[in-house]
Design a protein around this ligand. Structure first.
Ligand code: XMP
Length: 410
């Protein structure tokens, strides 16, 4: 298959350019300029795009390959400019699309796993779900999924995972009900970092215990995506063993990693998810932190507070969907603060929790702007929260940009 190498000389746009090439039907990979030479010498691409600043020496190496080269100063160019470069580099061979990816991925997974057994930890997020369904399509019931239910998910999410995997796809799934266990560990803990640590460690323990019950297992499937690989700075072809996006599983499980999405951008993972028949709701879900509602209940996590937050969150998501705003914003976090405020309801004094709404726009989570949603939507949400959720006495909208404020409050 034709392949374009995007050499990134410190541009902000390398990923955009690589995606643009793929959208035009040609597979692309990104390599940082500092690591480009061995990659170029190892496997000759069909063409090279240089973005940002690259050294004269590297330019020489690139031109020495005698393949078409395009230099882009600021990265983003109109499609037609790339079109003519791609015609020169690849002719009519535009074979990159989700169907061709799917065929190749199935073959690769079968070749890697053979007759071995694999496990996959589901997080409720899109990446692990797509990876699991893809691997199941390739090797069937040689795959077992483990879903650790830490009790920190949104309303209905665990049920949806179980219904999709066991019900629709018939994938062997171990649903570990560990809610009590996590709550006990979190009792009395108020420090955010400590909470994250406890949730992470406990997640690994539960996962390991369940994996051990399965007997001999050879492979661990992970939903690592291309931006994770790029972030590691190691460039294409070097899968990062230390990057774990399923609750942070450790390397010493002694399992070989299967990372079938490691060359895909997030939007491609979603496209693949739809192609594989995952529910739209799951595929287009907003990002959700691994520690779940554990970091959205500020301070100590209790069953009572989780129940309040879950109800509040469900109303917010429902109103966002109803108004069409769910798909227009990047993420909507509902936060149960540990502050209470005085109010009056039905003639009596109340002293209830303050709920924070954190709706943001972002492209990668690294920076974010608060979302300018209509006041009428905020009004509907606020009225419903105050009316329907016992324990909520006040609603505030977070207007802090990131930086300096992070998206999550903890
Ligand atoms: P912050 O709060 O750092 O969040 O601005 C940026 C993005 O990352 C998500 N997030 C997490 N995701 N495990 C995750 O998998 C975590 O511990 C975690 N903390 C934050 C957050 O929801 C936002 O999308």
């Amino acid at each position: 298959m034709k392949r374009i190498l995007v050499v990134d000389g410190g541009s902000l746009h390398a990923q955009e350019v690589a995606r643009q090439v793929r959208k035009l039907g040609v597979y692309s990979e990104i390599v940082p300029a500092s690591a480009a030479e061995p990659v170029l010498k190892g496997r000759k691409p069909s063409g090279v795009i240089l973005v940002g600043m690259v050294s004269a020496r590297l330019e020489q190496v690139v031109h020495g390959l005698s393949v078409p080269v395009k230099s882009l100063d600021d990265g983003v160019v109109p499609d037609r400019v790339l079109e003519s470069f791609l015609s020169e580099a690849c002719g009519d061979e535009r074979e990159w699309n989700m169907d061709s990816f799917l065929d190749q991925a199935l073959e690769r997974i079968r070749a890697q796993v053979g007759s071995g057994r694999a496990i996959c930890g589901l997080s409720g997020g899109v990446d692990s779900a797509v990876a699991a369904v893809l691997v199941h399509r390739a090797i069937g019931d040689q795959l077992t999924c483990i879903y650790v239910d830490h009790g920190l998910m949104r309303a209905g999410e665990s049920e949806q995972v179980v219904a999709a995997f066991q019900g629709r796809f018939g994938i062997p799934l171990i649903h570990v009900q560990a809610q009590e266990r996590f709550l006990n560990k979190l009792a009395g803990v108020v420090d955010p970092e400590q909470k994250r640590k406890i949730i992470g460690i406990e997640f690994i323990r539960v996962f390991e215990e369940e994996a051990a019950k399965l007997g001999a297992v050879d492979f661990l499937v992970q939903g690592t995506v291309y931006p994770d690989v790029l972030e590691s700075g190691l460039g294409p072809g070097t899968l990062v063993k230390s990057h774990h996006n399923v609750g942070g599983l450790p390397e010493d499980l002694g399992l070989e990693l299967v990372e079938p999405l490691a060359t895909l951008f997030k939007d491609e993972v979603r496209e693949l998810g739809e192609k594989l028949g995952l529910p739209r709701e799951m595929v287009w879900r907003h990002p959700f932190p691994g520690p779940g509602l554990g970091v959205r209940v500020l301070g100590e996590v209790t069953r009572e507070k989780l129940d309040i937050l879950r109800q509040a969150d469900a109303i917010v998501v429902e109103e966002l969907r109803r108004s069409g705003w769910y798909d227009k914003i990047w993420q909507a976090a509902v936060v149960l603060t540990n502050v209470r405020a005085v109010g009056v309801q039905r003639g009596a004094r109340t002293y209830d929790y303050v709920v924070g709404l954190r709706f943001v726009n972002s492209t990668d989570g690294m920076t974010a702007q608060w979302a300018r949603v209509p006041h009428e939507l905020l009004e509907t949400i606020s009225e419903r929260l105050l009316e329907e959720v016992a324990g909520v006495g006040r609603v505030v909208y977070d207007i802090s940009p990131k930086p300096p404020a992070t998206i999550e409050w903890e």
